[in-house]
Design a protein around this ligand. Sequence first.
Ligand code: PEP
Ligand code: MG
Length: 325
Amino acid sequence: AKQRLHGIANHRPVTPDGKRLELAANISSFKELEIALSSGAHGVGLFRTEFLYMDRNRFPKEEEQFEVYRSVAERLAGEPLVIRTLDVGGDKQLDYFELPEEDNPFLGYRAIRISLDRKDLFKTQLRAILRASHYGAVKLMYPLISSVDEVRAANAVLNEAKLELEEAGIPYDKGMKIGIMIEVPAAVMIADLLAEEVDFFSIGTNDLVQFTLAVDRMNEEISHLYEPYHPALIRMLKMTVEAAKKAGITVGVCGELAGDLRALPIWLSLDVDELSMSSHSILQVKQRLLSTSQEESGEVFEKLHSCRTSTEILALLNAFMERVD
Ligand code: PEP
Ligand code: MG
């Protein structure tokens, strides 16, 4: 079966009724890129840059970061590469950077909040990403955005970095696209406002489920309450994608749910542009995509709205899967 799956690595990711849905890879190192490419990934939809900062005893220098980002960009040979700025804190720690002891680290000092507090570190990373943008189709993404102010503050640092590079005569892509993760409920509720500030959204379902349901994604005690198919989530996804469509920006999904076969009719019905997932899910999702029509997906999705529980939602999605099989 594995061999048969590999046969579709070069197939176009299109439904029987012609809807194209790009399937990209989530990676966190240059090494993982090869697996992604052999799975037929359309570029990288999420480059988690944390690894560059972990497993060492000091912050990586601009040059070190630039080398990695450029290598990935060049290896992708023109296919898109979404580089997400540092997303530490919460579950991810750095040995050499003491994060405060917090009662609620997932709600605390992490991700874009650290970047905006430590603009020196942030600018170093932005300069490295900008420089790499000269060598491929690089896009920049900010994690854990919860307000328009944060986007503007981050872009202000980005503009400083651009000016510095210009003064030094260092090339970068002036048209580099800027996007944000939608993974905090507040961002969903103001998705229409955020959509006016950026070029794309990428929905981070891992954190979005955690925050929407107030269920710690690491806590085993309550893992039964971590329900990605909760009706609240379905509504959140719909709001986000509709806001993006209305503003004419692209929208993708990069949380675990993107690689879950049961969720495919949701993405097709909402008409998202891209799914980014761990490489080992790509071929399976593509195989399913080749036999799932957008029209039938729309019919299932309509029915989901009258469901009151995730059990009901999953029953419908499972029944649809079996029918397509
Ligand atoms: C997410 O939250 O869905 C996501 C993709 O980011 P991470 O898992 O790195 O928090
Ligand atoms: Mg996240």
